[in-house]
Design a protein around this ligand. Sequence first.
Ligand code: UD1
Ligand code: MG
Length: 465
Amino acid sequence: MSTVAVILAAGLGTRMKSRLPKVLHPILGDPSLLWALRTLPPDLGGAVVVVHHGKERVLAALESWRQAGLLPCSVTAVDQGEPLGTGHALQVCIPELDRLGATQVAILCGDVPLTSPATVRRLCSAEALLLAMDMQTPGSYGRVLQHADGQLAGLVEAKDATPEQLAVQRVNGGAYALPWPALRRALQDLTNDNAQKEYYLTDAVAAVAATLPVAVEVCDPEELAGMNSRHDQATLQAAAQRRIQRHWMAEGVTFLHPDSTLVGPRVVLSRDVLLEPGVRLEGAVTVGEGCRIGQGTVITDSALAEGVEIRPYCVIEQAIVGAGAKLGPFARLREGTDLAEGVHIGNFVETKKARLHRGAKANHLAYLGDTEIGEGTNIGAGVITCNYDGVNKHRTLIGSRVFVGSDTQLVAPVSIGDGALIGAGSTITQDVPADALALSRTAQTLREGGALRLRARQKKQTRLS
Ligand code: UD1
Ligand code: MG
């Protein structure tokens, strides 16, 4: 038996009022479609994503997720062409599902991000199942009609329903598992003879239910809620946030102000991590035991070892931070920053492609780009690696136990040997050997009493004018 998942993602998402296709709108930093794909069990015979509106961007996103190893199984895409309804979306998948040798299909929507992996696993291993939810105000959802024994009897869209059918509060969550031969037959007989002139998948599901028993599972409505508007997006994000925070609190993480803290679905926290108000962690972030992350700090795609202390308002992306490092306030670590144990990066320091070895320090106002800095080296205030000559980027190599005085410019490519000392205010354009003292300053001039004479002259000029 081979189960193939189909994810519907061709719709325009008119109510989002956006140039971005609906399924690419994010919940806690990850697009809705990625949430849906990540719930799929890895033993599937593949997944088919039905695309059309914003197809180029959706395909590009799928490829980037594949390259980043974020997809649990192999994923292909089918272009629906002009979308003529959910049933039409499945019709255009017939050749691809045949090619994949599907015997079972599990159908999900790309704009339903919060279905739990456990629910999707149950769906993918079921023979014939529909996921439903009970709603006080069922609104525009399709209504679920059941036989006395609970099996599915029919599905009717709100726009086609009789007043009695509209009163039904059990609604179709839009997720189904069905044997492929039976669904395939039903799809071939679909018509668009209904209020919306669409080919309804629900008609095909109802036709299958007439030939074999289809079970109905009632889920928590949060799991099947769709993102159709910006309001839905905000509601889903709040729900996802509650779920993720509850999980990490149970694992020993303190949130000083949960309402203002955003932690994405791919973030991994550890015991005794403390998150101050306004922290945002997105993408693949890991945080080691006992780290404290200061107020207003934003971290994306980075790894922090244990005991890191981040003071308020740091921005960290694609960086590695070693155990016990101290950062901020107001530090910016950019892509390719790799800090070893005990490194200090202070206020208004920017790093990019910078590898700092154990205990190196840059405590104030510096730009460290395309550089490697040795153990115990001290970078003074206002130091700049001049890494760009207008055409190419060059590297600055600084050894261990070096002292770089304040306001020094290191014009790359340049290297500084172990134990060297660079006087404050120097412009270093040539390599400095180990243990050397390098200094480049224009000679200072000094005139005794010069200030007095200058002030006297200025006073006289004011009197005359
Ligand atoms: C559908 C169901 C409805 C159910 C609801 C649950 C039908 C006819 N109705 O209604 O019973 O309660 O979902 O959310 O299926 N899509 C395509 N191609 C299309 C049309 C839609 O890929 O031609 C995609 C959309 O992008 C979306 C999903 O299918 O991801 C659902 O489509 P939508 O138009 O939102 O269906 P509903 O009217 O909400
Ligand atoms: Mg919908």
